[in-house]
Design a protein around this ligand. Structure first.
Ligand SMILES: Nc1ncnc2c1ncn2[C@@H]1O[C@H](COP(=O)(O)OP(=O)(O)OP(=O)(O)O)[C@@H](O)[C@H]1O
Length: 518
């Protein structure tokens, strides 16, 4: 046995030596043109015998070394496949340090199968020679993916498979992306390099969805359809030559879920939210800059638009009212500086209109602009005309349909013997979803507590109904008193008019008879 092994090694050694010798002779005695010719044809021959095609996807492309979209999409696509497929994995942190994503390690290969076609992916990196033994990754290290497939599948891979990889990869990226809530509000903002406020962000984690939103089902479906049509409408907007944006006006009394609706919209579309506080924006130039800084796939919200902007061009409103309250008791110097800050406010209606549909709104796509208001009647028609605010959504008081959603959310019940009475009372009384929800907040988990919550809601509805009745009576009484007062005034006027007329007639008669002028 030992003999055989020894013989084998000596044979291998002499074969290697013969190959090296032949190669050296070849390099020495064949002219370079002939060498080239032989290499080319030997490569062609091996291509004929080797049935696979390799495609390389580099991380950076072009002269300006821009990160390749294809590389990122493949990375996401493969991270999904490799966690179950590859033997050696790399872990990365995503979603603002909240979760781990596994992807295949370098020099690892995984097999993918799509529509019955088998393909192989490998992750690679090429390191400059000087850095090869360094522990740390080299700054100019090149990372790339290689896709291998049989040459008979060339058309399928280039036409169908790669499109599928791109689409899936982008969808995974959108799912993994941690969404953000941006704000330019006072207190959270800082003064940027050019002065003025700029956006600061926190991660957006509002749990509201269309499922938990208490609203008429038909209306919800219609809004979801509209949102989907918008987010899938890139080609449509390009075709009709319109900026890819859509305006929503949400109006209704406080506590009917306008802010909750914005959160549900953002969660539904997976968009970021920009909460634009107009009262802290100095002027139209700053407003324009803030808009340019927003990213696409975002919802820009201006809450209580009627309070944020005086439609004659002077800003006042929510902030002013809040400050007026808080100024009672503050020192005169800080009150003075707040007044000065207010005087600097110069955002005008035309600035805002420019913001919505001027040339600036076309500087990026896929943006939704939402205005919320408790007083739609106060808004300038120019601000909310169709084309600017494409969809007007009324957020109304809680009716039975909406109540059922809240009962499911808060108590996890679909029906209850007390539902009948609640349906009747909700039909007769205006109560906001916020107030209904407040009554459904559980103190403990047991079934009796459900009943106690529903009973407390019935009591609250009865009290609200009684209050509304008293208010209506009081209003009717005031109206009647006002009407009577008016009638009395008119009667008095008529009476005094008649008396004046009589006096004038007597005077005229005296003048005629005596020729006396008083
Ligand atoms: N339609 C609704 N569906 C589910 N929850 C709601 C709804 N409306 C109100 N709520 C509850 O009431 C709270 C207050 O609602 P929200 O802030 O969305 O109302 P709003 O109309 O924006 O009020 P405001 O005009 O005062 O800003 C929410 O946190 C939510 O829990």
């Amino acid at each position: 046995m030992m003999m055989m092994k020894g013989e084998m090694w000596s044979n291998l050694g002499s074969t290697m030596a013969a190959i090296m010798f032949t190669y050296a002779m070849f390099r020495q005695y064949f002219p370079p043109q002939v060498q080239d010719y032989i290499f080319r044809y030997s490569k062609k021959l091996s291509n004929l015998l080797y049935p696979y095609i390799h495609v390389t996807f580099d991380e950076y492309t072009g002269e300006r070394m821009k990160k390749s979209e294809a590389f990122s999409a493949i990375q996401n696509y493969l991270s999904d496949k490799s966690s179950s497929n590859a033997k050696r994995l790399k872990a990365d942190v995503i979603k603002d340090s909240q979760s781990l994503v596994l992807s295949m390690d370098y020099n690892e290969e995984i097999t993918d199968e799509f529509d019955g076609v088998k393909l192989w992916w490998s992750a690679n990196r090429s390191t400059p020679k000087t850095q090869q033994f360094s522990f740390y990754p080299a700054a100019d290290e090149k990372r790339f993916y290689v896709l291998k497939f049989h040459k008979r599948d060339r058309e399928f891979v280039t036409g169908t498979y790669l499109k599928h990889v791109m689409k899936e990869g982008k969808a995974i990226a959108a799912d993994n992306r941690q969404r953000r809530l941006y704000s330019n509000g006072a207190g959270q903002s800082f003064h940027g390099p050019r002065g003025g406020t700029t956006w600061t962000h926190v991660s957006f984690e509002h749990p509201a969805t269309f499922e938990t939103l208490a609203m008429d089902e038909k209306k919800k479906k219609e809004i979801k359809k509209d949102l989907l049509k918008f987010s899938n409408g890139k080609d449509y907007y390009a075709k009709v030559g319109k900026a890819w944006k859509r305006g929503y006006l949400l109006y209704g009394p406080p506590g009917t879920g306008k802010s909750t609706m914005v959160a549900a919209m953002a969660n539904f579309l997976n968009y970021d939210v920009y909460d634009l506080e107009l009262t802290t924006v100095k002027n139209n130039v700053e407003l324009r800059r803030l808009l340019i800084e927003t990213s696409n796939k975002s919802i820009i919200v201006i809450e209580d638009i009627d309070c944020s902007l005086d439609l004659t061009g002077q800003r006042e409103g929510k902030k002013k009212k809040k400050e007026e309250k808080s100024e009672e008791g503050t020192d005169p110097i800080s009150a003075m500086s707040k007044n000065e800050e207010r005087k600097e406010s110069e955002v005008t209606l035309s600035g805002l209109l420019n913001f919505i549909d001027g040339i600036w709104s076309a500087c990026g796509g896929e943006r939704i602009i939402v205005f919320t208001t408790n007083h739609v009647e106060k808004l300038d028609p120019a601000l909310i005309r169709r084309g600017r605010m494409d969809k007007h959504i009324e957020m109304s008081y809680c009716r039975f349909e909406a109540f059922k959603v809240l009962a499911k959310n808060y108590l996890d019940i679909d029906s209850h013997p007390l539902f009948g009475e609640i349906e009747r009372l909700l039909g007769e009384t205006d109560m906001t979803p916020a107030d209904v929800a407040e009554n459904l907040m559980l103190k403990s988990d047991d079934d009796e507590e459900d009943e106690a919550c529903l009973e407390s809601l019935i009591e609250a509805l009865k009290a609200a109904k009684e209050e509304a009745r008293k208010k209506a009576e009081e209003e009717a009484r005031l109206l009647k008193a006002e009407k009577e007062e008016k009638e009395r005034e008119e009667a008095e006027k008529e009476q005094s008019g008649k008396e004046n007329g009589k006096l004038e007639a007597i005077s005229a008669q005296e003048v005629k008879e005596n020729g006396v002028v008083h």
